[in-house]
Write a protein that binds this ligand. Sequence first.
Ligand SMILES: Nc1ncnc2c1ncn2[C@@H]1O[C@H](COP(=O)(O)OP(=O)(O)OP(=O)(O)O)[C@@H](O)[C@H]1O
Length: 661
Amino acid sequence: MGQIQLLADEHDQRLQQARQLFFDQGTLPDGLVDPMILRSWERCRRFGLDDTSYAPVMDAMDRVALKTEQDRNRYLLVQGRPIMEHVFEQIRESGSMVILADANGLLLETVGDPDFVSRADRVALLAGASWDENQRGTNAIGTALSEEAPVAVFGGEHFLEHNGFLTCCASPIFGPDGRLIGVLDISGDYRSHQRHTLGLVRLSSAIVEKRLFESVHARDILVCFHGRADYLGSPKEGIAAVSPDGQVLAINRNGTELLGIRQVDAVRRDFSMVFESNLATLVDRLRHNPQATCEISVNGKAFHVQLRGQLPPLTVAGRVFDEPAAPRPLRRPDGGSAPTLTLDTLNTGDTRLQAAIERARRMLGRDIPILIQGESGAGKEMFAKAFHNSGPRHDAPFVALNCASIPETLIESELFGYQGGAFTGARKEGAPGKIQQAHGGTLFLDEIGDMPLNLQARLLRVLQERCVTPLGSTRSIQVDISLVCATHRKLREEVARGTFREDLYYRLNGMSVTLPALRERTDIRIMVAKLAAAETASRSNPVRFSEGALQAIEGYAWPGNIRQLFNVIRVAIALLDDDETLITETHLPEELFETSPLTPSASAPNYDPWAAAPLEGANSLDAISRQAAMRALEAAGGNISSAARQLGISRNTLYRKLGRM
Ligand SMILES: Nc1ncnc2c1ncn2[C@@H]1O[C@H](COP(=O)(O)OP(=O)(O)OP(=O)(O)O)[C@@H](O)[C@H]1O
């Protein structure tokens, strides 16, 4: 008899003895079974389970309910499936199955050897069944979840006797925010147990965690680190996701273990506080070679560091600025989107904005409709996009429709799409609507308060039934969208007035956030720095603002909010000569210095024409500069001296700017 067989027999005997002591005599078989198994047996006894009962089993949930749960865990499934397949390839001949379950022990998906699967079905080891300890007793899935640790459960270690033919190894999966989100398991026949299965499942769950972390934070700076350089890139490396302005957004479990800290000690803190190093310096050293590493020392321990993810384009005065700060159009001409805009990067320190971000963050991945309220130009669309980018749908489309900017007659076809020939002028082949285009991703309905009443009813139906019927078609198409709406109107008042449907209001208003107006924000100076840094990315010299200019900016009411501030900054920068770097009061529009600050409602039509109006089509600094010069000249009735004075530039400079036209 081989050594392994002897050990197995010895294990069986001790287990039998332990079961007798625990189940027949009610005493604790200390030392005879693994303490983790014993703790689980005790829990099961407290749940009132009976080891001999055949099946304290709930039926596997019906297909629709299972689909809902799979959708809810879509992100875990997307990252977990390829790993399950890969693991199954390793154990194909061993009569086993690979299982992915959610954080409640609900089996989401299984891949298995058909011979074993038919036996496993008898104990409901199939998608839709729950293997929570309180229903199935001690088992690797339920016990790994309760213990939050990898666990192997062999034969008679299962609490319920009729599960004794199984041997299962499971390892929990933690999400990028450190929360337990699921478990990966390999189950098989007791007799075909492989000694390395627990190691395999442990490594595989670590790979799923890494994939999840890297995909959620694909648009952040990923600082990867380990004490051993050859562990970089492996499932054992620590990874911290960091925002372009140096805030630690998340850190994986390996990372917290390597640094000897908890998630809460690192998250939302400055990179330099956690890593005792300067992020901008690391970025500058490593950005040009993805394979390059350097060493840092944290708390006296040496780590090798490599950077991945989305690295910021430039550093300004030691801080790293990135695209989120850039007030570029959200939808670029190529159809792509500003890739690193997330809720974290919007956070520039204002308390009310921070509260809105926190509220929204809690909704990530939950598919609860969000309503964003705030004045025009306060950044509602940007917030919606950041919300989309921060959540599990970030790789899927973000599709926006402004209900106020297109004629009522077009909203319907834009939103719901149409079949070929549905109306005069329709394209022969038909067209999918925005709802369909947003399938899998997020639909952003801007100015939802302007949606006509009859379309509100149709939208409500889409949201309830989760399918859309294009104009002229009788076929409904299933859609899976997360909905974010925005309005500058007070929707509750619109409901009272009868212009907005109450049922739709409650449906949309799963959660509402209100963005503060710019004049109420306490982070205006930071916003100025961000907007200016983004605008001057291509200049060799960064610009500075004089104290007087900053005070004028802070003292103004900003009826057009960030949009207006951005225009003012663009114009001010455009007015600088190439060798000038200081923006002073003279570069700012006169209305910023008027004694009675404007109130938003009264002011809107009175903006200084060149400060507030969007500089249409003016994408280059030269073009902006030309337009500003023209507008100033017009405002001064063609008087060059007065226009130059107003702009704070010399007559020669003004001539030059006009001359470039
Ligand atoms: N946090 C921010 N950082 C940089 N730019 C911003 C920020 N928020 C908004 N912007 C810029 O300000 C302008 C207005 O933003 P946005 O379109 O999101 O506002 P809005 O509230 O949706 O406006 P409206 O109600 O008029 O549609 C855009 O050019 C946007 O890029």
